[in-house]
Ligand binder design. Structure first.
Ligand SMILES: Cc1cc2nc3c(=O)[nH]c(=O)nc-3n(C[C@H](O)[C@H](O)[C@H](O)COP(=O)(O)OP(=O)(O)OC[C@H]3O[C@@H](n4cnc5c(N)ncnc54)[C@H](O)[C@@H]3O)c2cc1C
Length: 400
């Protein structure tokens, strides 16, 4: 197993760190640091900067316009990316449908879609889940019927992240009814401006508008937008989910967040002369989380070693997803413990932008702690819930 990096790889790490440090726009940096709402143009502006440097589609091979990095370079890029307050990279185009199209799409689809994804010109969303088809995704019902040179799509998707901003959706649809439900599913690329599509927002606890319901009412999709073979969409969809789960582990982001909360807790007081970070229950939880993060980091290095040896990581991805998301949620809970009443979004000091903590950012960040806690409830659900990941581990690792 690999435990360190070569001198050349370390130089690469510094190059990435410096680039991000010098090019991340200060207003976006500040929004991320304070856990504030990011608008579509914030994501797009930052991704344009990465695309101009050739560092947007970092997982793509050279043949398709990616940098052709080694697994170690990709890993280091992710570490440095998460260590600074960058907006989360929007994965749907570049790390989900992009690899499906260059692996399973035909030449015309590759010419049409890949350059636009590479240049950050289209915003994609993921149309998998439906009411009644989340964990049990194969029971999805949205139907696509071939009529001449078009599919006619009817049905509903749900929890579709950022559908309201999307130009395109990659969707799993049912094109036939087979004995094994997986066999009748196809992978379709849908223009979100097509007549018959309605996007309806779902407001979440954190006050955000991130997820939606999407309704299809006789939506006509050109047959040339079917990826691969009709009825083979399940295997393309699963290929895509493996990519998604690794990204979801979010370890570099967790490390940055924990450092930030600890730094602020070291300056905040709970009672006269008692720093929050020094309280025994708090200090213990910081130490515990730091240990868990170190353990997960070694697991990630095992994953990296498997990739470098040309293997497929298999069930390791599920371990990363479960542990990574549990750690993220535990950090949000600890932040709540540390901030106490400062985490009340309508705290007067917060609203007036002043604080008595000697750190101008503390009260403002405090206002983000509640929304952050609520927002991170999702991470153990999406991308295949943690219970489903445990089922995979039970089957593939324990042989149950
Ligand atoms: C914020 C957010 C964003 C999302 N974004 C998208 C998106 O962009 N596109 C998209 O397609 N989907 C998206 N999803 C949907 C997500 O993938 C599903 O919510 C997830 O797959 C779970 O499905 P479900 O909500 O239908 O819950 P269910 O499948 O009904 O599960 C309910 C509960 O039962 C448990 N459970 C179910 N089956 C089993 C089992 N066999 N063994 C043990 N426990 C089980 C689950 O773990 C869960 O706790 C998003 C979800 C959230 C919360």
């Amino acid at each position: 197993m690999r435990l360190g990096f070569t001198a050349e790889e370390e130089r690469f790490r510094i190059e990435v760190r410096d680039f991000i440090g010098n090019h991340l726009p200060p207003d976006i940096r500040r929004k991320v640091e304070l856990g504030q709402y990011l608008a579509k143009h914030d994501y797009v502006r930052w991704q344009d900067i990465l695309a101009a440097r050739g560092w947007y589609a970092v997982n793509w091979p050279k043949q398709w316009g990616g940098p052709g990095w080694t697994p170690a370079q990709r890993y280091l890029f992710q570490q440095e990316y998460g260590a600074q307050p960058c907006p989360p990279l929007v994965q749907f185009g570049v790390n989900m449908v992009g690899p499906v199209i260059y692996t399973y799409g035909n030449a015309a689809q590759q010419r049409r879609f890949l350059p636009r994804i590479l240049a950050n010109q289209d915003w994609w969303c993921q149309g998998y889940s439906e009411p009644g088809a989340g964990s049990d995704l194969a029971s999805l019902k949205t139907e696509a019927v071939l009529r001449g040179d078009h599919y006619v799509v009817n049905g509903q998707k749900i929890w579709t992240t950022w559908a309201q901003w999307a130009d395109w959706m990659f969707a799993l649809v049912r094109t036939s009814r087979e004995e094994r439900p997986q066999q009748g599913i196809s992978f379709l690329l849908v223009d979100m401006r097509s007549p018959g599509i309605t996007v309806r927002p779902i407001r979440t606890f954190d006050g955000d508008r991130e997820v939606n319901e999407v309704f299809f009412d006789d939506v006509r999709v050109p047959a040339e937008q079917l990826v691969g073979r009709e009825g083979a969409g399940w295997s393309y969809g699963k290929f895509l989910l493996e990519h998604e789960r690794f990204v979801i582990s979010g370890l570099p982001r967790s490390k940055r967040l924990l450092r930030r909360v600890k730094g602020l807790a070291a300056r905040m007081e709970e009672g006269p002369g008692r720093r929050v970070a020094d309280l025994p229950d708090v200090a213990l939880r910081f130490a515990d989380l730091e240990t868990q993060i170190a353990a997960l980091e070694y697991t990630e290095l095992r994953y990296l070693s498997a990739l470098e040896q040309g293997g497929t990581p298999g069930a390791l991805v599920s371990i990363l997803k479960v542990r990574g998301t549990e750690i993220e949620q535990a950090i949000a809970e600890l932040a709540f413990r540390c901030f106490g009443t400062r985490a009340i979004p309508f705290d007067v000091e917060t609203l007036e932008g002043r604080g008595s903590d000697g750190d101008a950012l503390a009260p403002e960040f405090g206002a983000a702690v509640g929304p952050l806690y609520f927002n991170l409830r999702k991470v153990s659900i999406w991308g295949g819930s943690n219970e489903i990941q445990r089922n995979i581990l039970a089957r593939q690792v324990l042989g149950l």
